[in-house]
Design a binder for this molecule. Structure first.
Ligand SMILES: Cc1cc2nc3c(=O)[nH]c(=O)nc-3n(C[C@H](O)[C@H](O)[C@H](O)COP(=O)(O)OP(=O)(O)OC[C@H]3O[C@@H](n4cnc5c(N)ncnc54)[C@H](O)[C@@H]3O)c2cc1C
Length: 460
């Protein structure tokens, strides 16, 4: 064994899936082709910041290429907001560079710790998906290291099929080494946000649908423990980047602030989960009432608290104890949405698997292939792993697939191979590209083997 490859344990963010593999952590992008060569014909996968919840970045008993040290900014056109960087740079590091010049990420997930390469491989979406689409829409080009050791540039015009297969392609087409992004301008790092408390699922969905036109960022938090007529009650959170004129004079002096470090850290994994039906009930009740007597409030908030509330507590995933949790996120078309969401919330309650954190959002049109977002409604449920959960999620999968929907691969830890094929109708187009650029499956993961993607590639 070459000493650049060290045995290491990896886990998905849900801590339900783990893997031990030989890992190398290059510090320069030009080391990557050599490392890939050393891995010879064996399977390798890129590991960014490990913020995917399941086994997309895991490769048990095989090889892992860690990209987080490939974190350099390459160029920044401050006039036009065009930023190029290595793929292992985190969103937090990008914000550090771009915010002082009045630019922000065009699309951001609910944490600033993932790498930009990992975000492109998952084609992440944010609260502005209904107006801005997913990340790929804002990527001008990227470089991709292929299985044969060649690096190619991909854009909408250059290698467009590799562009489409890699955005959302969950690391299986190659290693992204450079990304060029079109940023969006901001006048300050504050959001003008409105929080509307709702009393039922119908009201939550109606509020989101009504306000989608007017607000660029829309999302709802649901109280997963409320039942009866209050099922699906929650808080609709609307936002837009604040204009300079929205700021009081006291905030104008430091109007472009960098993100602050986490305020709290969970240093160890407790021997049992702190997230139980009782604590979930208490947390949801407190959160639902957090606005006090005012059911509709608006005002200025820090952009970082608005976009990344969970980042305030480092290592919060450890609260779920040694068994971890699964994030189940799906999207279904408009006509199936209310019934599907209602039924799932009810089933989680009645079968003793309450979701600790539940988020609902209406998507705009999707980009296709293996990218997750599609027109309709998406629900994300964070559910502790306990006996009986997996059969329940299998039933949810059936319902989602029958409604023409899909689950998000970057969150997935347990989807069945056949159901994956039903959910992703563009998979054959993606597979044709994968067979062309990686016929021996040098890039594969625990997830790709579980979904039997590798079998399909080799059978081609
Ligand atoms: C608190 C939290 C909130 C989140 N909110 C959202 C959200 O709102 N919207 C959303 O879409 N997602 C969200 N996510 C999911 C997260 O954004 C994605 O899973 C993202 O892929 C994580 O990036 P990473 O760098 O951690 O990648 P990893 O988890 O390390 O890897 C994810 C995938 O990307 C591949 N990959 C990583 N780097 C590269 C590379 N350089 N080249 C090729 N492939 C690569 C891996 O092989 C793997 O398949 C959230 C996650 C957390 C923990």
């Amino acid at each position: 064994m070459n000493d650049r490859w060290l045995r290491r344990e990896f886990e998905g963010w849900g801590r339900y899936r783990r893997a031990v593999s030989l890992a190398a952590a290059p510090v320069r992008a030009d080391e990557l082709p050599g490392l890939l060569q050393e891995a010879s014909a064996g399977s390798t996968i890129a590991f960014g910041a490990g913020r995917s919840y399941g086994d997309s970045a895991l490769n048990d008993g095989r090889r892992t290429l860690e990209t987080a040290a490939l974190d350099r900014a390459r160029s920044f056109d401050r006039e036009r907001g065009i930023f190029a960087c290595e793929a292992g740079i985190s969103l937090a590091q990008i914000l550090d560079v771009i915010v002082p010049d009045g630019w922000f990420l065009p699309v951001t997930p609910g944490t600033r710790f993932p790498t930009i390469g990992g975000c492109l491989a998952a084609d992440v979406h944010g609260k502005n998906h209904h107006v801005a689409g997913s990340l790929a829409r804002h990527v001008r080009s990227f470089d991709l290291l292929l299985a044969d050791g060649a690096t190619v540039t991909c854009s909408r015009d250059e290698n467009p099929d590799l562009f489409a297969a890699t955005a959302g392609g969950i690391g299986l087409t190659g290693i992204i080494t450079r990304v060029e992004l079109q940023l969006q301008p901001i006048e300050n790092t504050f959001m003008f946000a409105r929080h509307i408390r709702t009393g039922s699922l119908a009201e939550t969905m109606e509020m989101l649908a009504i306000h989608d036109e007017e607000w660029p960022y829309t999302v709802a938090w649901l109280d997963s423990t409320a039942g009866g007529g209050a099922l699906g009650r929650g808080e609709v959170i609307l936002g837009r980047h604040a204009a300079l004129a929205d700021l009081p004079v006291s905030k104008r002096a430091r109007r472009l602030r960098r993100p602050e470090p986490a305020k709290f850290a969970m240093p160890v994994t407790p021997p049992v989960s702190l997230v139980t039906p009782a604590t979930i009930r208490a947390f949801n009740e407190i959160y639902y009432r957090r606005g006090g007597p005012e059911p509709d409030r608006a005002g200025l908030e820090s952009a970082y608290r608005y976009f990344y509330p969970l980042d305030a507590a480092a290592g919060w995933n450890r609260c779920y104890g040694p068994r971890g949790f699964v994030q189940y996120q799906f999207v279904v078309p408009e006509d199936a949405a209310e019934a599907t969401v209602r039924e799932m919330l009810r089933a989680c309650q009645s079968e003793g698997h309450p979701s600790a954190l539940t988020v609902l959002k209406r998507f705009g049109d999707g980009e296709g292939w293996l990218s997750f977002p599609a027109a309709g409604w998406t629900l994300a449920l964070d559910i502790p792993v306990r006996p009986g959960l997996l059969p329940l999620l299998d039933r949810f999968d059936r319902q989602v697939a029958d409604s023409g929907g899909r689950v998000y691969l970057a969150k997935d830890a347990r989807l069945a191979a056949e159901t994956f094929r039903e959910m992703y109708p563009d998979y054959p187009r993606w597979l044709a590209v994968k067979r062309r650029v990686d016929p021996e499956c040098r890039f594969s993961s625990d997830q790709s083997r579980r979904l039997r993607i590798d079998d399909d590639v080799r059978a081609g």
